[in-house]
Design a protein around this ligand. Structure first.
Ligand SMILES: [Zn+2]
Length: 147
């Protein structure tokens, strides 16, 4: 059960209906996390499924921003790196919130080895990927499926 930030509720002028809406979105997110938890990240099918769920979480973040009365802005998303099986750095990504940078762990089954960046680096020089895969500084993908 998600606890809402009461200070923020007041600041944004969220009424009871708005509160219910936000709570419903969070329970949807919790269900998504449970579905992701159940996936096997060691299989190709599991990773594909995780990628699809991860994108649904991003879509839900837009709806959360709307419900909170914030602008819909991908740079302000904060749940994408908390999805189950994601091994991307939490603190670093929190620090980069509000910028268009996202830091991926190259070994993350969701955001790691399937990145467009891998192809990009390998096309440049096959050794680049193995050198940089552990901590990757990459620009936010323009489209989620490029993750
Ligand atoms: Zn990740």
């Amino acid at each position: 059960m998600t606890e809402l930030n009461e200070h923020l509720i007041e600041q944004q002028g969220i009424d009871e209906e708005g509160r219910q809406k936000i709570m419903a979105l969070h329970s949807e997110r919790e269900n998504m996390f449970a579905m992701m938890e159940a996936q096997d990240p060691t299989t190709e099918q599991g990773r594909t499924s995780l990628g699809e769920w991860a994108e649904l979480v991003e879509q839900l973040e837009y709806r959360l921003q709307e419900a909170w009365g914030f602008e819909q802005n991908r740079d302000m998303h904060s749940w994408w790196y908390y999805v189950p099986h994601c091994s991307c750095p939490k603190m670093d990504n929190r620090d980069y919130m509000g910028t268009d940078m996202r830091i991926w762990n190259g070994d993350c089954p969701i955001h790691g080895e399937h990145t467009w960046a891998k192809e990009l680096l390998e096309a440049e020089d096959p050794s680049l990927w193995s050198r940089f895969k552990n901590v990757m500084y990459a620009l936010r993908p323009r489209h989620p499926r490029e993750i």
